[in-house]
Design a protein around this ligand. Sequence first.
Ligand SMILES: N[C@@H](CCC(=O)N[C@@H](CS)C(=O)NCC(=O)O)C(=O)O
Length: 216
Amino acid sequence: MTDPLVIWTYDWVPPPPRGHVRDIRLRWACEEAGLSYQIRAVRFEDRTAPDHLARQPFAQVPALQDGDITLFESGACLLHLAEKSETLMPRAPKSRAETLEWVIAGLNSMEMVTVPWWFIGLSKPAGNPLEGWLGSRLSRLEAVLDRRDHLAADRFTVADLLMADILRVPKLRTALGPYPALQAYTDRILTRPAFLKARQDQLDHFAAADAARAKA
Ligand SMILES: N[C@@H](CCC(=O)N[C@@H](CS)C(=O)NCC(=O)O)C(=O)O
């Protein structure tokens, strides 16, 4: 019997990011693909300890353990999971190539804008200097999703999972009004039972940590 996959996250985070910590991407992918997995947690205060740096050199989460393979970067972890299940990535070369390109586009063309936009917006809610850059990316993605329901392969893939998670960065989802196709796409992908379970499981995980810390 093969060992179940292990998804590493923190034992605790402050309330604002709960439901958004990127281990959710891996939980969600495993739920979609029916892959069994365990959650293990590094103490938030111990994130720069050598054990954790060995699995995530930036002291972040998530990390994924699959037997003797340990991976960091949520995108790399998702692609590793996608190799295990056609639910996440079709095997036909053209569909597989489309899935790969949209995973990279999610990370390198969208998330490289959405995260700085969100972060700068925390201190500059009006007049965010990245508004124009974000708007140009959202407009182009709107044009793509106006013509089809999914990014790649004419069906749900790990690229949609990742893009929908990127588009739900706090504040962005409510700013999707001028982009009806993007809004409909995000709403649709985020009603998938696998996402709802992954999100609830993450919220429960951090709530349990609160209870454990209150007892200690
Ligand atoms: N590029 C990384 C980003 C990971 C990341 O930002 N993780 C956050 C949680 S969602 C984290 O660990 N933040 C704590 C920190 O940066 O110290 C990935 O996609 O895995």
